[in-house]
Write a protein that binds this ligand. Structure first.
Ligand code: 5GP
Length: 192
């Protein structure tokens, strides 16, 4: 039987490309194999988000303390003044359950994790059909201010240029098809 020991799956994409929907779908389809790696962040929780489930919502002081203690595999200031990071303790917790952590993180963070786990990581880049579709999705989600949407769209254009760095790129023009394609890649990786 293939070993899942210390494997990592990373779903990365520009914000609004649909990676959270794909991540949720994968977790619901493969609950015995995958577990969501809960990141730490200093941004405010959205109304529907729960501490310890969606993120660990930390104060900037507490986030800095974790950096000093070398508690992160990677961390980034993803948006102006807002920090996000993957905790080593999350990966350990999931591996101990005999599952594979599924990370939903930004492009730079994904590259950092890949560099640390070149043999044991699978990175899937989710590509939005176009920047204008991305803007529409972010607007209709209704969770971001106009300023935040503009920041996310301009960052997305830059992030799209990193597509070639990842193991696979999946075009999210149709969510069901994109989910199926991602699941196929994951099954292959877990069987290696
Ligand atoms: P949001 O604020 O919409 O939840 O997330 C913003 C961006 O930060 C998304 O692209 C998300 O994938 C990314 N992100 C979430 N957690 C982490 C993390 O631990 N590390 C990094 N580098 N990015 C993260």
């Amino acid at each position: 039987m293939a070993s899942h020991q210390n494997k990592i799956i990373i779903i990365t994409a520009p914000s609004g490309a649909g990676k959270t929907s794909i991540t949720r779908h994968l977790l619901s389809e493969m609950p015995d194999k995958l577990a969501f790696s809960v990141s730490a962040t200093t941004r405010n929780a959205r109304t529907y988000e729960k501490n310890g489930v969606d993120y660990f919502f930390l104060s900037p002081e507490s986030f800095r303390q974790n950096i000093q203690e070398n508690a992160f595999i990677e961390w980034e200031m993803v948006y102006e003044g807002k920090y996000y990071g993957t905790l080593k303790s999350e990966l350990e917790r999931i591996w101990k359950q005999g599952k594979v952590p599924l990370l939903d993180i930004d492009v730079k963070g994904a590259i950092h994790v890949m560099q640390q786990f070149p043999e044991d990581s699978l990175t899937i880049f989710i590509e939005p059909p176009s920047v204008s579709v991305l803007r529409e999705r972010l607007t209709s989600r209704g969770t971001e201010s106009a300023e935040s949407i503009e920041a996310r769209v301009s960052k997305a254009s830059y992030e799209l240029s990193f597509k070639e760095h990842f193991n696979f790129a999946i075009l999210n023009d149709e969510l069901t098809r994109a989910c199926k394609e991602a699941q196929g890649k994951i099954i292959e990786f877990l069987n290696e």
